[in-house]
Design a protein around this ligand. Structure first.
Ligand code: ADP
Ligand code: MG
Length: 214
C-alpha cells in the first residue's frame, strides 16, 4: 500500500515524498487507517519496522485538520522511554512541522528544567517527552493537558521495564477526557503489563500485532 492511498494532509504527503518513501510498512498499513478513523490502538511490531510514522502521521493529520480543543494546552504528546529515542522522535516531528504554525517542545531528563518551563510558556502544540520529566512539569503546573487530543506511548514495553508506571498514570489522568485518542506502541505484546496498561488507559482499543502468532 502506498502512502498516497491514505487520506493524509498534502503537507504530510509532501514530506513523505521528500524522504523518498512510497510504500507503507506493514505496521503503517494497519495502524494508519484505524488511527485516522479515530480509534485507540495498542500495536506491536519489531524494531526498525516504521512505528514512528505509524503514529506520527495520524497525530499530525488530526492536528492539521481538526480545530484545537484549547488555545493554550498542547494538542499532541508523545512519550518515549529514553533521551535518545525522544531526540529521534522530536527530529521527525520537526521535519514534518517545518514551516507550519505547529510548534514543538522536547522535555527530556538531563536538559535544563527552567529552560523547558520557559518554553512551555510559549504554548507548544506538540510535546515529545520522557515520562519522568513531563510528570515533573505537570506537578509544577508548567503545563496542563485538558486540551490534549492525542497521547502516544512509544516503546510502552520499555517504559514499563524502566519503572515509569507511576508517571505514565499521572500523565494519563491529567488528560483523561473522552475526546482524547490514545495510541500505544511496543516491540511485542509479550509483556502482560503493556496489555493491562492498554486496557486501563485506552478506550476500546484495536489490537494490531504484526509478525506475531497471536
Ligand atoms: P521502529 O520505531 O519500529 O523501530 P522507526 O520508526 O524508527 O522504526 O523506523 C525505522 C527506519 O525506517 C527509519 O529510518 C525510518 O525513517 C524508516 N522508515 C519508516 N517508514 C518507512 C517507509 N514506509 N519506507 C521506507 N523507510 C521507512
Ligand atoms: Mg521506535
Amino acid at each position: 500500500m502506498q502512502f498516497s492511498e491514505f487520506r493524509l494532509h498534502p503537507l504530510l504527503l509532501k514530506t513523505i515524498d521528500h524522504l523518498g518513501f512510497t510504500q507503507a510498512t506493514e505496521i503503517q498499513q494497519f495502524a494508519i487507517p484505524s488511527a485516522l478513523q479515530g480509534a485507540d490502538l495498542i500495536a506491536s511490531s519489531k524494531t526498525g519496522s516504521g512505528k514512528t510514522l505509524a503514529y506520527l502521521l495520524p497525530l499530525l493529520n488530526r492536528l492539521f485538520y481538526n480545530r484545537a480543543l484549547s488555545k493554550r494546552d498542547p494538542r499532541g504528546v508523545i512519550l518515549a522511554p529514553t533521551r535518545e529515542l525522544a531526540n529521534q522522535v522530536y527530529a521527525q516531528v520537526r521535519l514534518f512541522t517545518a514551516n507550519t504554525q505547529y510548534s514543538a517542545a522536547k522535555l527530556i531528563g538531563g536538559d535544563n528544567f527552567n529552560d523547558q518551563a520557559k518554553k512551555l510558556r510559549s504554548n507548544p502544540k506538540i510535546i515529545v517527552a520522557t515520562p519522568g520529566r513531563l510528570a515533573d512539569h505537570l506537578s509544577h503546573r508548567h503545563v496542563f493537558l485538558n486540551g490534549l487530543e492525542m497521547l502516544v506511548f512509544d516503546e510502552a514495553d520499555r517504559m514499563l521495564d524502566l519503572g515509569f508506571i507511576e508517571q505514565l498514570t499521572a500523565i494519563h489522568k491529567q488528560a483523561d477526557h473522552r475526546k482524547r485518542q490514545t495510541l500505544m506502541f511496543s516491540a511485542t505484546m509479550d509483556n502482560l503489563d503493556v496489555v493491562k496498561m492498554g486496557q486501563q488507559f485506552l478506550n476500546q482499543p484495536k489490537r494490531i500485532a504484526v509478525g506475531e502468532a497471536n
